[in-house]
Design a protein around this ligand. Structure first.
Ligand code: HEC
Ligand code: HEC
Length: 626
């Protein structure tokens, strides 16, 4: 019954054509196939491309880190999510300007719109919600709880259901649009990670998610990160197998692909395209009407340009568009991607040439970063965020920290065993990445768990390695969403702040200065035993650790080097039984809650661009004048 309902939808859909705007992407094709919008995240802009003349028509500045766009019906209006500025930009592409900015709670990421253009739906990553926007009224009409850290979003062909992905778990949820609540959930494997997009088949009741698996128990160039394509059966009863996952590393024989970023379906549902941002290639697959086989590879992977992050087809399915984000081009291909029909430059390289070079190196799973093609820095630090994992490293359990503010919080690593970002040459050459690196022979090998990196100078020796450091050191914070206004604290947070700076509680002794850390490159380094070093029998470097910054902790659970504190409250209670980590045992539950409210408000004002501890290898965004 349900299946026949889907075939009916097929007829409807084929008669109306377009799939455009039905799933989140950095590309969206206008329903009439005349234009394409590209979201240039690093430039803070969108570009409109005329698909007939194959030329960029206009580029419009929208704000800091746009992450998705959708055309609104057949109009020239496009809606764009601006991730770091927390707004949705309404862009009149005919006039080439932003006509409205709709403020939203935090981190708008994916966006889709109904075919008639009346409503748009946006995932808000950190709050874990989907918002409904009444496009004509330019307002948010509903907030729908969706999950944790949600990014991907797609509409079912009948537009009754929204499918949403959790970035760090790969979980897919279905939200009934009318009821406004989650009605179904497809759990993946515990290692599923970085699921930033989802597409729904036009006729088969299936959703496709490209993502990675992070195998935290393995520290190996070919065993830590896996490329996956998960297929969820949207109508199967709960007790049956409802989710299959294909390992794309073995899918192409011995040809390994890395960091699957996005998929697209042809409008007739015959072809499925998957792009790999780490190895710069893609697969074309035939969709098989068989719940076991699902997809069949059509030849070998095709090479793309640098760091492909989006893929779409024309409404008639004849053309395929790939956004090569680090070539700043969209390439146009035939249906089976055997030919490149055009290459269209959509924006200029952003920031600085070194930053761009650094991002290319950070994103790639090719030589000289690794010899194994499975792994990239970006597999664990996507766009400077954490992968939300605790890795079983040779020195013990280590949680991946976000890289925001890194330029000001050296030394590096939980154990402060690195003093330059170029020391990640040692990571590149380690068992984890098995790359050749940049410094050639003669680099002093690491001895056991000794901090060889502190003796060896790695900066200023290779332009590429310096570029990698510049990129890695350039991530900055955005304000916490837990504040009433920039620079302001809620009453609870204000009480918590007083406790934080109180002598007996003593947090500010170590979490000092504008970055809330006493980390400094002045030797000897200040490492502290805060009673967290005994919890991991495999620990080789504890029990003293470098004080982490507290900026942005509202979104970076789990906490501590080993990730054993699931919440900020646990850092101060169950993980601080001996009062070695500040004195907290005398605090009432209310006071603890106040302290947590303060921690969640960080940063409530942006920290300075420059401190006495700031390293020079980084890119600082010039202030915009408009
Ligand atoms: C398998 C996942 C993984 C990969 C791949 C990876 N990292 Fe990391 N990264 C981690 C973890 C886990 C930590 C914390 C380790 C520690 O502190 O001992 C970390 C720490 C760091 C830090 C220190 C952050 C801080 O606040 O001290 C930097 C910088 C960094 N990584 C950069 C890189 C670069 C550059 C690459 C690529 C050459 C890379 N990482 C590859 C997981 C990874
Ligand atoms: C003696 C120095 C010191 C004092 C005092 C101190 N901290 Fe820490 N803090 C650290 C160190 C070191 C770590 C890292 C420990 C680990 O990872 O095992 C840490 C970790 C944390 C974390 C986890 C951050 C993350 O990203 O995982 C939070 C939250 C935190 N501290 C809050 C506080 C609060 C609140 C207080 C006051 C009650 C406090 N700290 C007092 C040194 C200190």
């Amino acid at each position: 019954m349900l299946r026949s309902c889907w075939s009916f939808i097929l007829l409807l859909l084929l008669s109306t054509g377009a799939l455009g705007g039905s799933s989140n992407s950095l590309l969206d094709v206008r329903p009439d196939g005349s234009q394409l919008v590209t979201v240039n995240s690093d430039n803070g802009s969108i570009s409109v491309v005329d698909l007939k003349t194959r030329k960029k028509v206009v580029e419009v500045h929208v704000g800091d880190k746009p992450e998705g766009a959708t055309w609104i019906g057949t109009s020239p209006l496009a809606l764009v999510t601006v991730y770091r500025d927390d707004h949705v930009a309404f862009v009149d592409t005919a006039q080439g300007k932003v006509v409205h900015q709709l403020k939203v709670e935090d981190e708008p990421y994916g966006i889709v719109a109904l075919k008639d253009g009346s409503k748009a739906y946006v995932t808000l990553e950190y709050p874990g919600k989907v918002i409904e926007i009444d496009v004509a009224a330019r307002r948010v009409t509903r907030e729908l709880p969706a999950g944790e850290m949600v990014r991907g979003i797609a509409l079912s062909p009948d537009e009754k259901t929204l499918y949403v992905t959790e970035f760090y778990t790969g979980v897919l949820v279905a939200i009934d649009r009318e009821l406004g609540k989650v009605v179904d959930r497809w759990q993946g494997h515990s290692t599923d990670n970085l699921a930033r997009q989802v597409v729904v088949h036009p006729t088969r009741p299936k959703a496709y998610l490209a993502h990675i698996r992070s195998k935290v128990l393995v520290n190996h160039g070919a065993g830590s990160i896996f490329p996956q394509l998960s297929v969820c059966d949207l109508v199967a009863p709960r007790e049956t197998s409802r989710r299959t996952s294909f390992g794309m590393d073995t899918f192409n024989g011995v040809y390994v692909v890395t960091n699957p970023w996005e998929t697209a379906l042809s409008p007739d549902g015959r072809w499925l395209y998957t792009i790999y941002a780490g190895t710069n290639d893609m697969n074309v697959c035939r969709v098989i009407d068989d719940d076991y086989r699902e997809i069949q590879r059509e030849g070998m992977p095709r090479r793309t340009g640098s760091n492909p992050r989006a893929i779409r087809t024309s409404p008639d399915g004849e053309e395929v568009y790939i956004y090569n984000t680090l070539d700043f081009t969209v390439t146009v291909h035939d249906q089976l991607v055997r030919k490149t029909l055009a290459t269209i430059t959509v924006c200029a390289p952003p920031k600085s040439p070194e930053w761009v070079r650094g991002k290319i190196l950070f994103s790639t799973a090719r030589y000289p970063l690794t010899s194994r093609n499975w792994i990239a820095c970006a597999s664990c630090h996507p766009d400077g965020h954490s992968d939300n994992r605790v890795w079983k490293n040779p020195e013990g359990l280590r949680r991946t920290p976000p890289l925001m503010g890194l330029a000001h919080t050296h030394p590096l690593h939980w154990s402060a065993d690195r003093d330059e970002t170029q020391d990640f040459e040692y990571t590149i050459r380690s068992q984890l990445m098995q790359g050749a690196g940049f410094l050639g022979r003669g680099l002093k090998p690491k001895q056991g768990f000794q901090a060889t990196e502190l003796e060896v100078k790695t900066g200023g020796k290779s332009k590429d390695l310096d570029a990698l450091a510049i990129y890695t050191n350039s991530f900055t914070f955005t304000l916490s969403p837990h504040i009433p206004a920039p620079g302001k604290l809620s009453p609870e947070a204000r009480r918590g702040k007083a406790l934080f700076f109180e002598e007996t509680v003593g947090c500010a002794k170590c979490h000092s200065g504008p970055y809330y850390t006493d980390s400094s490159l002045t030797r000897p380094y200040k490492l502290h035993d805060v009673g967290t070093g005994q919890d991991d029998p495999l620990e080789k470097m504890g029990p003293k650790y470098d004080t982490p910054t507290l900026l942005g902790v509202y979104r970076s659970a789990p906490y501590l080097h080993h990730g054993k504190a699931k919440t900020l409250l646990e850092v101060l209670t169950t993980c601080n039984k001996e009062d070695k980590h500040g004195k907290t045992s005398h605090l009432t539950r209310e006071q603890l809650d106040d302290l947590v409210a303060f921690l969640k408000s960080l940063p409530y004002e942006l920290p300075p661009d420059e401190t006495p501890n700031t390293v020079k290898d980084r890119f600082v965004e010039p202030k915009r004048k408009d």
